[in-house]
Design a protein around this ligand. Structure first.
Ligand SMILES: [Mg+2]
Length: 126
């Protein structure tokens, strides 16, 4: 199911980008793009079509919460599944992210299995 999905992931840490890219490949995702922060992600979202947006929270320029807020304001992305992947594990953070419109939440560090379960859940419900 994951092999024909196109994913945009947003992450400011190069090391974490490498880990996420490897995890996605391991799960059979072949079609993904990377963005370094929220602004970069917004540009890429406008340039092509994606089946899912995965985003970190803490990032320079535009953080993940701001990105989700911007994305949900746009009619075109109202139903785009969004998965937040962050070190922020406080209950209030999770609640805020859900209020902003994310569909799933993963606290770092994560295993490929956790990522796999979340992605499959999100694609089943979208
Ligand atoms: Mg970060």
């Amino acid at each position: 199911m994951l092999e024909n999905k196109r994913i945009l992931f947003v992450e400011d840490s190069p090391t974490m980008r490498r880990i996420i890219a490897n995890s996605l490949r391991q799960l059979g995702v072949k079609d993904f793009e990377e963005a370094e922060n929220g602004l970069d992600a917004l540009e890429k979202l406008h340039e092509s079509e994606f089946d899912l947006l995965m985003t970190d929270w803490n990032m320079p320029e535009m953080n993940g919460a701001e990105l989700v807020e911007q994305v949900r304001k746009l009619e075109r992305f109202k139903n785009l599944p969004i998965l937040m992947v962050t070190t922020r594990g406080m209950e209030e953070d999770v609640l805020k992210a859900i209020q902003l419109g994310v569909n799933g939440y993963i606290v770092k560090p994560f295993t490929p299995e956790i990522l796999s379960n979340k992605l499959n859940d999100l694609f089943q419900n979208s």
